[in-house]
Write a protein that binds this ligand. Structure first.
Ligand code: NAP
Length: 341
């Protein structure tokens, strides 16, 4: 064998072994995910009275699930419950339950889960969606200490407490094929000026879910993290009221996804068994670029997304840097003036 053919044989052997290893890892990931069966299952949605949570609840009702929605405001909850009932595939058989609770309070969150099981005639939740979340964008120097604490309490601890209690109940009730979903954000993958109260809560959720992806698998419960881009919801309208100009430029405030389409993306990602679900291909590039040693959705596609990210991420950074130049200068001058008074 000459030098060239031995070099080719070695390369082909290494590439083949690598691809085989990829295939084994991908198969192992898939094997851990049981099929999604919504009909007749109890689906528990925090933040289910508005926005993404409500549209998700509509889709679950259309698929024949028994749905529990949780939020704080009783009037909005009851109005949403009525709308969701209108989406039921079989209104005679399905139960749509509304429970008022503040998920940021661990005891209230726990009570809500127990009340939900009672109202759903003893049926424990099989699919738990921790959608409740909020943000009020501002510059870092404008926030009060309690703003950071409140947002972390709702976005991170609200989801954590719900999922911990729900997982215990799934095990006690011997629920088969249970799943938990945290709702993070693309903002949980990258730092954006104006979101310092928000991005850490969503990044924390991402790491919590990655840990639970491995740990809850011990009990046969799958964990997903949803990382959507902007969604046209009441929460997004609230954000836009305080969003600094630089955040609008980076975030693209006029480009927001339809909440029903976004909720459908979440369910599609769950059906495919994706650990980290995004709402568009740009989100996939950012997700794959940030994946580190975490689980992949699709080994081959994720490698392609990382490759695209090598070119597109630096390009995007340069464009945004130039677009935001005047905002940075104006904010620096204004802040200096405010702080020197
Ligand atoms: N909209 C976006 O552009 C976007 C993008 C990426 C990720 N996300 C994430 O997606 C999720 C849903 O966002 P959204 O825009 O649909 O929000 P939304 O329109 O503001 O709806 C939020 C829902 O959560 C409930 N909620 C808020 N705080 C709660 C608490 N402490 N306890 C119980 N329920 C609570 C609200 O009802 P009450 O106020 O009555 O409690 C409401 O039902 C959030 O986690 C958000 O961070 C949103």
């Amino acid at each position: 064998m000459d030098g060239w053919s031995s070099c080719l044989t070695t390369t082909a052997t290494v590439a083949g072994a690598y691809l085989a290893w990829y295939a084994v890892c991908a198969w192992q990931c898939r094997r851990a995910m049981p099929a999604l069966r919504l009909r007749g299952s109890h689906c528990y949605v925090t933040g289910g009275s508005a926005g993404l949570g409500e549209h998700l609840a509509n889709l679950l009702a259309e698929a024949g699930a028994n749905v529990t929605i949780v939020a704080r405001n009783q009037d909005r909850l009851l109005a949403a419950q009525k709308r969701i009932q209108g989406h039921c595939a079989d209104p005679e058989q399905q139960r749509i339950v509304a429970i008022s609770a503040d998920v940021a309070n661990a005891a209230e969150g726990t009570r809500a889960l127990h009340r939900a099981i009672k109202a759903q005639q003893g049926q424990a939740p099989k699919y738990v969606f921790a959608c409740a979340g909020l943000t009020t964008p501002r510059f870092f120097l404008e926030y009060r200490p309690q703003d950071f604490e409140q947002t972390m309490q709702v976005n991170y601890f609200g989801a954590l407490h719900t999922i911990q209690e729900a997982a215990k109940l799934m095990i006690q009730h011997e629920v088969k094929g249970g799943r938990v979903v945290t709702v993070s954000s693309q903002a949980g993958l990258l730092g954006i000026p104006g979101y310092s109260e928000y991005t850490p809560t969503k990044a924390a959720l991402r790491m919590l879910t990655e840990t639970l992806y491995y740990e809850l698998a011990i009990y046969g419960i799958a964990a997903h993290c949803f990382l959507p881009a902007n969604i046209r919801t009441p929460g997004f309208e609230h954000e836009n009221q305080t969003k600094p100009e630089i955040t609008r430029i980076i975030d693209g405030d006029d480009e927001a996804m339809d909440p029903r389409d976004c909720a459908q993306c979440m369910l599609d990602g769950m059906a495919k068994g994706y650990p980290n679900i995004t709402s568009d291909w740009l989100g996939d590039i950012v997700r794959a670029t940030c994946r580190g040693v975490g689980p992949a959705n699709n080994m081959a596609l994720d490698t392609l997304f990382v490759f695209l990210g090598w070119f597109l991420v630096p390009l995007w950074r340069v464009i945004v840097w130039w677009q935001a130049k005047s905002c940075r200068q104006a904010e620096a001058a204004q802040r200096k003036q405010v702080l020197s008074q």
